[in-house]
Design a protein around this ligand. Sequence first.
Ligand code: GLT
Ligand code: MN
Ligand code: MN
Length: 392
Amino acid sequence: MSTPEASFAPQPEHHFTFGLWTVGNRGRDPFGFETRPVLDPVRSVHKLAELGAYGVNFHDDDLVPFGATSAERDSVVKGFRAALDETGLRVPMATTNLFSQPVFKDGAFTANDPKVRRFAVKKTFEAIDLGAELGANIYVMWGGREGLECEAAKDVRVALDRYREAVDLCCAYVRERGYEMVFALEPKPNEPRGDMFLPTVGHALAFINELQWPDMVGLNPEFAHETMSGLNFTHAVAQALWHSKLFHIDLNAQRAGKYDQDFRFGSEGIRDAFYVVKLLEDSGWQGMRHFDAHPYRTEDEQGVWDFVTGCMRTYEILADKAERFRHDADIQEALIVAGLGEQQIPTSPLGATSAGIDDIISSSFDPQALAERGYGHERLDQLVTELLLGVR
Ligand code: GLT
Ligand code: MN
Ligand code: MN
């Protein structure tokens, strides 16, 4: 992203996207009913385009109500496509709802009942067609009901066999249909299940190695989900990038130790939000900056649009901070003291070879002298804090 204008006005070329389920979230929670009326997807498309977003994503059921006839489906898709054509808004990602309907209460791809699993795979095939029809080339797989409360009821190793089977089937389907589409697994540790399978980015990365077409499958890490696990989201994204497995990203906000809050990006954990933006910008991330968050339950429709603008503006402002970080002379000097440049020097210039081993063995070291070095982290961290607080 180039340096944002002083106004931090979101632009389509910044690739900000929202799910229909995010702006359309009606504020229901486990203790209270909906506080907002249904939002027509066509209206969401118009408003998102007006506010500067690049795209909109959806679950099959967000767009075409569960159980709709094919005539109803075609009519909904026609209206939605007309709104996309009118506004220029894109559909970069699509997904399947495999968690709301009671049929999935024991799981979808990992349900014990093979008929439920086969139904879940068929529903996904149809949702892949819908996504492809509207231009999506990333398909997110969030296993909302893949997990358990009663530990005795499932063998986790067999559940992973079934999970793999379903992902392989979906890859086979995309290949057979000739779609330009890849899959992005979205980990989450718990909620709605007591414990969920593929709970973290690390688990999902390892799982991909066991698939039939590992190149077709990557990650969709979510800020809230890694934070729920007490993990550092920036590190999760960095490792996904390192493996060339960052296919998509869900940005939102979350405090550790709480339920999945899905708050407006940057509303909690501003320091972590900064480092993740900095990472995406430094790495030249070309993909989407997707916000998977919900407006507070207190909001009316105007609050929903304030929430949309807030997510994008905070990203823009943090991208600007990352740019300032790169040009701040004191910070750059502190980075030298911290040894950021030295980090680039290989430990063994001769590689993991016999010569490399001999080179290390024949070197002499003075551990005491090495231990005397100060790394200046207190100064560096304070400089970044002051940058974020807006006083430099
Ligand atoms: C649901 C979930 C999100 C996922 C969505 C995609 S559905 O809103 O809470 O984290 O990204 O399936
Ligand atoms: Mn979430
Ligand atoms: Mn998500």
